[in-house]
Ligand binder design. Structure first.
Ligand SMILES: NC(=O)c1ccc[n+]([C@@H]2O[C@H](COP(=O)([O-])OP(=O)(O)OC[C@H]3O[C@@H](n4cnc5c(N)ncnc54)[C@H](OP(=O)(O)O)[C@@H]3O)[C@@H](O)[C@H]2O)c1
Length: 296
């Protein structure tokens, strides 16, 4: 595969889902990768080192460690850690701001920030507005910046949003009205699209890409899993009160609003033509119906 950027690409979050997928895609392109990790001895960091990734030990609250880790790199990718409380939102903003400031200090030629769908504006969702403010900080930094705005991970259907098997039926329950389309993307494709932007083999129109690989209503999602399992399927819309905290309630309210505006699914595919839709993701991951029978 061709690469236009030949220098080292720094990755923050390389031991996590999205950063890990970015590393996978960069290594597929034979790029040189430096992972900014807080614990180089961790199993995940060592697994990266075994694949040829350079490790740079950093502390997010130590600007000198960040600037040193970003010295001489040609591109820098970062995401910000999950926040489940307002305190964690504050920490997320601190980390994102420190990473941008370090990139300025090191004079990084191109920074790609893994933000969230809708972060071009304030939405009232605390852990989305945090990303909006980090985007603003990055935009004002004067650095060449690209935003990749992730939607819900398809991988959630293998964990927190997994359908269940009840009385011979696939059942999906989400706190989302049944006529609202959920925007989603596979983590693999977040990595592939981001790598193409970091390597300058693709460009983001207007400096930002909404990462949407598919958008389907609850009944359509349930039907996709049912078809794979060869079983009938149904969807049940749950009230927002089932969610554990106000941040998630605000987020699902925002999902319902965002679902009213269809996305242009061709944009992501113009960068990564093999971007998976949900049916392809179900097939690619070898998803099978849960063996634990719930509710019977
Ligand atoms: N789930 C979704 O559907 C979805 C959709 C859109 C956007 N998002 C956003 O995606 C983000 C989470 O991404 P993810 O799932 O890829 O994260 P993840 O798998 O939890 O990985 C987090 C990464 O950040 C690193 N990290 C965390 N705190 C750190 C610190 N203080 N200093 C240095 N490194 C630190 C972790 O390193 P260690 O290995 O050292 O822990 C790990 O590499 C959140 O901001 C969330 O809002 C999620």
């Amino acid at each position: 595969m061709s690469t236009q950027t030949t220098g080292t690409i720094a990755v923050f979050g390389a031991t996590g889902q999205q950063g890990g997928a970015v590393v996978d895609a960069l290594l597929d392109h034979k790029a040189r990768v430096r992972a900014l990790v807080r614990n180089p001895q961790s199993d995940r960091a060592q697994a990266l080192a075994a694949r040829g990734v350079e490790l740079a030990a950093i502390r997010a609250d130590d600007p000198a460690s960040l600037a040193a880790a970003l010295a001489t790199v040609e591109g820098f990718y970062f995401m910000t850690p999950e926040a489940n409380s307002l305190e964690e939102v504050e920490a997320e903003i601190r980390i994102g701001t420190a990473l941008v400031d370090a990139a300025v200090e090191a004079g990084v030629p191109h920074v790609v920030f893994n933000s969230v769908f809708g972060a071009d504006r304030e939405s009232g969702v605390p852990h989305h507005d945090s990303k909006h403010w980090i985007e603003e900080h990055l935009r004002k930094s004067g650095l060449r910046a690209t935003m990749v705005r992730a939607t819900a991970f398809m991988e959630n259907f293998a964990s927190v949003m997994a359908p269940s098997l009840e009385h011979g039926e696939i059942v999906l329950r989400l706190p989302l009205p049944e006529d609202v389309a959920l925007k989603m993307i596979s983590v693999r494709d977040i990595g592939r699209v981001t790598a193409a932007l970091l390597l300058d083999t693709a460009e983001a129109p207007g400096g930002a890409v909404e990462l949407v690989g598919d958008e389907l209503t609850g009944p359509q999602i349930a039907a996709a899993f049912g078809a794979r399992a060869g079983l009938p399927a149904r969807y049940e819309a749950l009230p927002l009160s089932v969610l554990p905290n106000d941040l998630d309630k605000a987020m699902f309210r925002e999902f319902a609003t965002a679902g009213e505006c269809p996305s242009d699914l061709a944009v992501v595919r113009s960068i990564e033509p093999a971007t998976l839709d949900l049916v392809e993701w179900i097939r690619a991951t070898g998803w099978t119906a849960p063996t634990t029978v719930a509710g019977s």
